[in-house]
Design a protein around this ligand. Structure first.
Ligand code: MF3
Ligand code: CO
Length: 246
């Protein structure tokens, strides 16, 4: 669906709230802090900005953010997990302003982490930017996944297949999907006014996933570390514009 400039301006406001949730949770994420505390910090930002949560109650989801440590890929429910030095933690945040959605995620180090963990975080963020650079009018959507996959695999890592990015607007998840790999065909043509959430999930080991008994938490099947970066991006005449920034 193509969004007009007024709609994109609202998504930009939602994106700014998401960016503020990132800043607040990043600052709060220290050894000894629980992931439930991070959810509270994120709720305070939503309240302060009079924004609604798109995560809370989504298919029964019980929190406003997802917190996924170490081998957890996505959709970790904030709770009693206590962060410790050496962890990596993925934090996924979303917000709604005047009916328009923002969605973005990042992975951070808790204190000092292994060289491999650091590299995983760097490469996953790089893969996101390589994907974003493909979001130009006239290109094919699956070029995004091709670019993401190339960066991740060149570093010796693998890209998750079962979870993908998505168009976003008046719902968090709109069609079409945005795979983080080349699915064998070019996909739809990208047009000015399209808005996508691009969100590579990159594993140190294999791409296979497993869902825990809580029905949400997705972990790597082989127990290897995983990172996740996401932005909401509008396609404009001047190229991609990231909306989930301060
Ligand atoms: N941000 C996630 C995505 O991009 C959605 C989180 S699932 C929820 O799809 F249940 F937490 F909302
Ligand atoms: Co998303």
């Amino acid at each position: 669906m193509r969004r007009n400039p007024a709609e994109i301006a609202k998504m930009r406001r939602a994106g700014a709230v998401v960016a503020e949730m990132h800043e607040a949770t990043r600052k709060a994420a220290q050894p000894g802090v629980t992931t439930a505390q991070l959810d509270r910090v994120a709720r305070e930002v939503l309240d302060r900005r009079a924004a609604r949560s798109n995560f809370l109650h989504y298919r029964g989801y019980p929190a406003v953010i997802c917190t996924s440590p170490n081998d957890m890929i996505v959709h970790g429910i904030p709770g009693s997990y206590v962060l410790k030095e050496g962890d990596i933690l993925s934090i996924d945040c979303g917000a709604i302003i005047e009916g328009y959605h923002g969605d973005a995620a990042f992975t951070m180090a808790i204190g000092e982490v292994s060289a491999q963990a650091k590299r995983l975080i760097e490469v996953t963020e790089q893969s996101l930017w390589a994907g974003i650079a493909q979001l130009r009018d006239g290109r094919h959507l699956h070029e995004v996944g091709r670019a993401v996959q190339q960066v991740a695999e060149a570093a010796g890592f693998s890209v998750v297949r079962e979870y993908v990015g998505h168009a976003i607007g008046t719902a968090m998840h709109e069609e079409p999907q945005v795979p983080n790999y080349w699915p064998g065909k070019p996909g739809p043509v990208i047009k000015t006014g399209h808005v996508f959430a691009v969100e590579p999930m990159v594993n140190v080991g294999g791409p296979q996933t497993r869902t825990l008994e809580d029905g949400w938490s997705v972990v790597t099947a082989d127990g290897s570390l995983s990172a996740h970066f996401e932005h909401t991006i509008a396609v404009t005449e001047d190229g991609p514009v990231v909306l989930t920034v301060p």
